[in-house]
Design a binder for this molecule. Sequence first.
Ligand code: RB5
Length: 148
Amino acid sequence: MQSIAVGSDHAGYPLKEKIKEFLLSKGYRVLDFGAQSTDSTDYPLFAREVCLSLQRGEAQKGILVCGTGIGMSVVANKFKGIRAALCLNEYMARMSRKHNDANVLCLGSRVVGQELALSIVEAWLSTDFEGGRHGERVELIKRMEGMV
Ligand code: RB5
């Protein structure tokens, strides 16, 4: 079973906890990089920890939650090898896996309700990358990052 790194700021904390419960109930190993409360804090710090965990190979995927999901996605996409997708619905979640091989899912706790967020997580985790022409496009991204 895959290991999933999760992180949030204060705004995303309650949803991050629900997602963690959901992942554990499905048998995933969860690495929680905080936050651990709704006390005001800074989203870039948590995005960084989740992305570093993926880069170290400890987790195969990451899930980041802030108020809108925007801040988390901005930060996560600065890390080499990270393809972070901010998804507002299951369609975006599936396409971010099929076409973009997204390895980080970003969610906005002030934008999507809890039930929708969990459906997005489920759709994202259960969809595989299609490869083929999309693989060539992801390779282009990697080349731009100086990875290959
Ligand atoms: C915190 O108020 C909020 O700015 C943060 O959670 C996030 O939405 C940033 O993008």
